[in-house]
Design a protein around this ligand. Structure first.
Ligand code: CP
Ligand code: NVA
Length: 308
């Protein structure tokens, strides 16, 4: 995978997904034992942020340090890109200084352009369209908890946003059924649904769309939700609050899933909206393990793409 970009899980092979998971598991074990694992000694990652972040910023930065390298936080508003310098120029200049770029921004096309012009790996740290590092972490967490992903069922309840788009790609890739419940006007991206259905067909798994959270949740091994209004949708917050009423993971919905189902949320969460406090803090929540795993999975991604 050396030298590749990671913009979408749909671009990965099944084998590549499991290479990431295997290395993430090894790096997690080594970090817990306190064993040095300087796979990126002397390397530098640039991290461009056009949106806020807690997990992505801190896990990439700490991860790079743990791998023996260094990470630069580059706020888009401080870069010349924020004053109109073309992405294609930024890509070529940063390629002369750095060994990899992680970018979080609005437009997915901007990340594709950056990757086209950069000759170092570009990692998508979230766009309005996809959040691949999070979705890989989520399925890694499922494998860690359940011993496998193939043949299990994820139910996603809420907005058909960047998060569910990435989960559709990732679940389908590993042969996990995914059932998505959204209000009719907030369904996932149709192109992503087509891609996920094609990948699921290869694995013999299913992709289901519904408007009924209960229908999605029945018999699920994993319940997943995300915020009703994503970054950049602040003006729609009130309208979304009424559109999404009922699209909540609560104890009643959790009862419809398998008794040993786990609950995931990429965070940050709005308790009382897409998820209740009782479920977040309850025994079936794997949410904070999931957040921790961002570190281990992204270290594996960086080591595979940027390592020698
Ligand atoms: N889940 C996630 O990407 O969190 P941040 O927005 O804090 O990076
Ligand atoms: N859908 C959310 C995910 C945050 C990690 C957003 O884009 O704001």
């Amino acid at each position: 995978m050396k030298g590749k970009d990671l913009l979408s899980v749909n671009d990965l092979t099944v084998d590549e997904v499991y290479r990431i998971f295997d290395l993430a598991q090894q790096l997690k074990a080594r970090q817990k034992k306190g064993e040095p694992h300087h796979l990126l000694k002397g390397k530098t990652l640039g991290m461009i942020f056009q949106k806020a972040s807690t997990r992505t910023r801190v896990s990439f930065e700490a991860g790079m340090w743990q791998l023996g390298g260094t990470a630069l936080f580059l706020s888009a508003s401080d870069l010349q890109i924020g004053r109109g310098e073309p992405v294609k120029d930024t890509a070529r200049v940063l390629s002369r200084y750095l060994d990899g770029i992680m970018i979080r921004t609005f437009s997915h096309a901007e990340v594709e352009e950056l990757a086209r012009y950069a000759d170092i790996p570009v990692i998508n740290g979230l766009t309005d369209y996809l959040h691949p590092c999070q979705a890989l972490t989520d399925v890694f967490t499922v494998v860690e908890r359940k011993g496998r992903a193939k043949g299990l069922k994820m139910a996603y309840v809420g907005d058909g946003n960047n998060m569910v788009n990435a989960l559709l790609h990732t679940c389908a890739k590993v042969g996990m059924d995914i059932s998505v419940a959204t209000p009719p006007a907030y369904a996932p991206n149709p192109q992503v649904v087509l891609e996920a259905k094609a990948a699921a067909a290869e694995q013999g798994s299913k992709v289901m769309l519904t408007t009924d959270p209960k229908e999605a949740a029945v018999g699920a091994d994993v319940l997943y939700t995300d915020v009703w209004a994503s970054m950049g949708q602040e003006a729609e917050q009130a309208a979304r609050k009424s559109a999404f009423a009922g699209y909540q993971i609560n104890e009643a919905l959790l009862k419809l899933a398998k008794p040993d189902a786990i609950v995931l949320h990429c965070l940050p969460a709005h308790r009382g909206e897409e998820i209740t406090d009782a479920v977040m803090e309850g025994p079936q929540s794997a949410i904070f393990d999931e957040a921790e795993n961002r570190l281990h999975v992204q270290k594996a991604i960086m080591a595979l793409l940027m390592g020698d």
